[in-house]
Design a protein around this ligand. Structure first.
Ligand code: ADE
Length: 240
């Protein structure tokens, strides 16, 4: 997979792309990252990339020319162009999984108070990471990239994202590691029992419990079987 990031602040995205799982995916050749400095496409002696809004108002607007110069070759190379924008479609686990199947993504980071509307003609989709406004699209681009890259086959063991919160439509069950007893906090005995059937049932129950307590809205969409529904009834009636 190839991911291009188009930004006015390449230094802001460079660090995370070289670090941890995201960095290792590049070292292993599974994913290739290319960061493009929009300033290189800036206009005039000052390499200007923004200007005052027509019609007046506060703030500056990113001009179309630098972004067109940066994006046209990427589109010609087959990139699916994603603009990070608070007005975009909300990033979800399902969207991350869909984007992880696309061989070439170009992530466009907006800055300042906005971008010239004509830039959207080069964009295949717009994505928001949540209902809050950041100073630019760089951190959202990194959030999207991280969520996508970990799902690319070979980046992490598939088993580790099969049980992710949301992948099953439910929140993830609690996890424990050594020691068995820390201060006065103990690991649930079932996890030490070696009985895989019991462990699976416990995990499913705790997943359902956590989802019911924290995100009951997810239960409307989650694929549930009869056993799940019985567990939920018990949990709701306070029996478990
Ligand atoms: N740019 C600024 N805020 C953003 C957000 N919440 N999501 C995506 N891009 C953004």
């Amino acid at each position: 997979m190839r991911i291009d990031v188009v930004t006015l602040f390449p230094e802001l995205v460079a660090g995370p792309l070289g670090t941890s799982i995201i960095g290792r995916a590049a070292q292993a050749g599974t994913v290739e990252y290319r960061v493009h400095d929009l300033r290189e496409h800036g206009l005039g002696r000052h390499r200007s990339v923004d200007d005052y809004p027509y019609g007046g108002g506060a703030g500056m607007v990113m001009r179309p020319e630098p972004l067109f110069d940066a994006l046209e070759p990427l589109r010609a190379a087959g990139a699916h162009v994603v603009l990070l924008d608070p007005a975009g479609e909300r990033l979800t686990d399902a969207l991350a999984r869909e984007l992880a199947t696309i061989p070439h993504l170009a992530l466009v980071c907006g800055r300042y108070e906005g971008i010239d509307e004509r830039i959207r003609t080069l964009v295949d989709r717009e994505v928001s990471i949540g209902d809050y406004v950041l100073t630019g699209g760089e951190l959202p681009a990194l959030v999207l990239l991280d969520a996508v890259v970990r799902l690319v086959p070979g980046v992490i063991a598939e088993a580790s994202h099969k049980g992710d919160s949301f992948a099953s439509g439910l929140l993830e069950h609690p996890q424990y590691t050594r020691p068995e007893r820390f201060r006065d906090l103990e690991v649930p005995p079932v996890l030490l029992s070696g009985n895989h059937g019991e462990v699976d049932r416990w995990r499913r129950r705790e997943s359902l419990r956590r989802t019911l307590e924290r995100r009951p809205d997810l239960l409307d969409e989650a694929p549930l079987d009869d056993a799940d529904r019985r567990v939920l009834e018990e949990l709701r009636s306070g029996e478990a």
